[in-house]
Design a binder for this molecule. Structure first.
Ligand code: ZN
Length: 253
C-alpha cells in the first residue's frame, strides 16, 4: 500500500507542496519512489543529494570506488576525513544525516548483468552516473530489456549531456546516440572536468528524475540535452532512432 506523508514530513517538504504542480500528491509519489543511482562520483553526488533531500523514499547507490583527494572539488558528499573509504558508504552516512526518512542501500561492488538486472527490476527509475561509455551502454541495454526508465548523464572538460530513455514507450536509446559521437576514449582523469559542469548535469538528472516520478515529463524521452560550460548554453536535440540499433530495435537483428 502506498505510504502517505506524516505531519512532520509535510512540514519538511512544505516548499514543494505549496507548488500547485507538485502538491501533496506529487510529494507522496516521491515518498513511494525507489531510484537506483549507478556511480557515486561527480554526477552521482549532486543527483543523490537532491533526490534524498527532496524526499524520495529509497535510493540504492552502486559504486566500487573509494574516495580520493582529487574527487573532493566535485564530489561534495565526501569530506577530507573520508579519503580512502568506499564512496557508497561515505555517501550513505552523509545522506542519512541530511534526511533520515530516505532509506539508503549502498552496494560497493561492480555488478554483473544478472545482479544489475535484479536491482533494475526493484526500482522505478535508474540514473546512470557512471564515467565511461562501456558502463553506459551496459546500463542502457539492461534498462531497455527490463523496461525501466533511464536518465543517462555524462560530462567531460566543459561539456555535459543528458538523455532520458523510456523503453515502455520505445524511445530512442543511449546506444542510438553513441554512434553519433566519436568514441570517447578519454576519461576525466586524462581530459579534465570543470566541477560546476558535472554538478550541473548531475543536478539536471535529479531535476528530470524527480519530475518524472511525479508524472511530469519535462525532458521528452529521446531528446538529448547538452550543456556547454564555456558559453553557458543548453541545447536540445531530437535523437533519431537508429534503425539498426541492437538495443531498442531488436526485431531488426
Ligand atoms: Zn537504440
Amino acid at each position: 500500500m502506498a505510504e502517505t506523508l506524516s505531519y512532520a514530513q509535510a512540514v519538511t517538504y512544505n516548499r514543494h507542496i505549496v507548488l500547485p504542480q507538485i502538491d501533496l500528491q506529487g510529494q507522496e509519489a516521491l515518498l513511494n519512489a525507489r531510484v537506483l543511482i549507478i556511480g557515486s562520483g561527480g554526477l552521482g553526488c549532486p543527483a543523490a543529494q537532491l533526490l534524498c533531500s527532496s524526499g524520495v523514499g529509497l535510493l540504492t547507490l552502486v559504486d566500487d570506488d573509494k574516495v580520493a583527494v582529487s574527487n573532493l572539488p566535485r564530489q561534495f558528499l565526501f569530506s577530507r576525513a573520508q579519503v580512502g573509504q568506499f564512496k557508497v558508504y561515505a555517501a550513505r552516512d552523509r545522506l542519512h544525516e541530511l534526511n533520515p526518512d530516505c532509506q539508503i542501500n549502498a552496494i560497493n561492488t561492480r555488478l554483473d548483468d544478472d545482479a544489475l538486472i535484479q536491482h533494475i527490476r526493484e526500482h522505478d527509475l535508474v540514473l546512470d552516473c557512471t564515467d565511461n561509455p562501456a558502463s553506459r551502454k551496459q546500463i542502457n541495454a539492461l534498462c531497455y530489456q527490463q523496461q525501466r526508465p533511464l536518465i543517462s548523464g555524462a560530462a567531460i572538460r566543459f561539456e555535459g549531456q543528458l538523455l532520458m530513455v523510456d523503453p515502455v514507450n520505445r524511445s530512442p536509446c543511449y546506444q542510438c546516440i553513441s554512434r553519433l559521437f566519436t568514441e570517447q576514449a578519454l576519461s576525466c582523469v586524462e581530459a579534465g572536468i570543470f566541477a560546476p559542469v558535472v554538478a550541473a548535469i548531475g543536478t539536471q538528472q535529479a531535476h528530470v528524475g524527480l519530475l518524472w516520478l511525479m508524472g511530469k515529463k519535462v525532458l521528452p524521452a529521446g531528446q538529448l540535452l547538452t550543456y556547454d560550460g564555456l558559453t553557458l548554453t543548453w541545447q536540445q536535440f531530437n535523437v533519431p532512432t537508429d534503425p539498426q540499433c541492437a538495443v531498442c530495435q531488436p526485431e531488426t537483428k
